[in-house]
Write a protein that binds this ligand. Structure first.
Ligand code: PMP
Ligand code: GLN
Length: 380
């Protein structure tokens, strides 16, 4: 059979490749972003309670109302913007499905979507699958700030969406209030949707505030916010996230959502609603991960690998420029095979494979895992 691939240049994601390599070589896995510790046992008990109580058939298409009300309250408590739980919030099968659905709902063949690089891996394939063009804007290679002049020069009549991601994967950089104002000026009065990937919203450090687009009323009116409970409650394997958007946009989003997944895991949604009704189950996350970041930096402070600044997420970038000229993908593979430490090479997040000799380390790990990883890092 002749298959005409819709994604001829796409292989298996780097996360699958590096986690597989880590397993094969029995390496410490700081590559794919997921915790190596469990979630709160109360959350597991709640999930079991709802399964035993019989909530094992389809959930309502937009998500259980208890969880949508809980999401609405979290957003209004954190960012002072109210999304109506009935019409403006939808529970999704993780952020990946939310992003794909938003692109499917709003992007047509021939449209252009502005994407910042380095970029999380699921944006560009979803854009291309819908016959649209990803127009990339490069973040600063050292501090990963946005070049708004470049963005302005790339906006034209074909631009239908700008995808932002703060806190940013893979860099750990965050945007500030000025960035939101710049974005507001760029999209104001235009038919451009902002797709704001905020999956690390509760992981911003050093007293900074997460700049959700929901903080800016004008921007919120033309934005689709995506988040994921996988990050917030340490359950990446549950694949439950959500979208918040003004009702006109949400109506279009749901038209696609109902045919992609229809509805999301029922008992786990109920468990999340119960668990997150206690604000400390998300508000303390920033301290928890700041401590992990600080421990990782302290343990590796004398290493020849030099850390870049991390203001959020659970990723730490490190430059190995002073040790090797090797391509970052080769270096990461060798580190996994020979030193038994798996990481993600930064070049994979760039269309042009820009290689600045930087690796991404996930610090969502037990302290002893970070200790073991630090021994490898310090051995250079
Ligand atoms: N966006 C970003 C920036 C991510 O890092 C991830 C995964 N960690 C996702 C989206 C996808 O989230 P989910 O696992 O909920 O699909
Ligand atoms: N978002 C996670 C990361 O950046 C991985 C998710 C996945 O494996 N697709 O590592």
């Amino acid at each position: 059979m002749q298959i005409s691939s819709k994604l001829p240049n796409v292989g298996t994601t780097i996360f699958t490749v590096m986690s597989g390599l880590a397993k094969e070589h029995n390496a410490i896995n700081l590559s794919q972003g997921f915790p190596d510790f469990g979630c709160d046992s109360k959350l597991l008990d709640l999930a079991q309670k709802h399964m035993q109580a019989g909530f094992n058939q389809y959930a309502p298409m937009p998500g259980v109302i208890q969880l949508r009300e809980c999401i609405s309250k979290i957003i209004s408590d954190c960012y002072a913007y109210i999304y109506h739980p009935d019409t403006e919030i939808t529970v999704t099968a993780g952020a990946t499905q939310a992003i794909y659905t938003a692109i499917a709902a709003f992007i047509n063949s021939g449209d252009e979507v502005i994407v910042f690089e380095p970029a999380y891996d699921c944006y560009i394939p979803a854009i291309e699958l819908h016959g649209a063009k990803a127009v990339t804007s490069q973040l600063d290679p050292l501090n990963f700030s946005i070049n708004w002049g470049d963005v302005r020069s790339k906006v034209n009549a074909k631009t239908k969406m700008i995808i932002i991601n703060s806190p940013h994967n893979p860099s750990g950089a965050v945007i500030n209030a000025d960035d939101l104002n710049e974005l507001e000026k760029i999209v104001a009065g235009k038919n451009i949707i902002v797709l704001s990937d905020e999956v690390y919203e509760h992981m911003v450090f050093d007293g900074q505030l997460h700049q959700s687009v929901a903080r800016n009323k004008t921007l919120a009116a033309q934005s689709v916010i995506v988040s994921s409970f996988g990050k917030t409650v340490h359950t990446t394997g549950w694949k439950i996230g959500y979208v918040a958007a003004p009702k006109e946009l949400m109506a279009e989003f749901r038209k696609v959502h109902q045919f992609l997944v229809f509805a999301v895991n029922h008992p786990f949604q109920l468990a999340l609603a119960d668990f997150l009704s206690d604000a400390k189950n998300y508000s303390e996350l920033k301290h928890f991960y700041q401590n992990k970041r600080d421990l990782f930096l302290k343990l590796t402070k004398d290493s020849k690998l030099k850390p870049l600044k991390t203001s959020g997420t659970y990723f730490q970038l490190m430059s190995y420029k002073t040790i090797s000229e090797e391509a970052d993908t080769d270096f990461a593979i060798r580190l996994t095979k020979e030193k038994k430490l798996a990481t993600i090479p930064l070049s994979v997040f760039y269309t042009n494979k820009y290689d600045n000799k930087v690796l991404r380390f996930c610090f969502a790990k037990k302290d002893e895992t970070l200790q073991q990883a630090a021994e490898v890092i310090n051995s250079f």
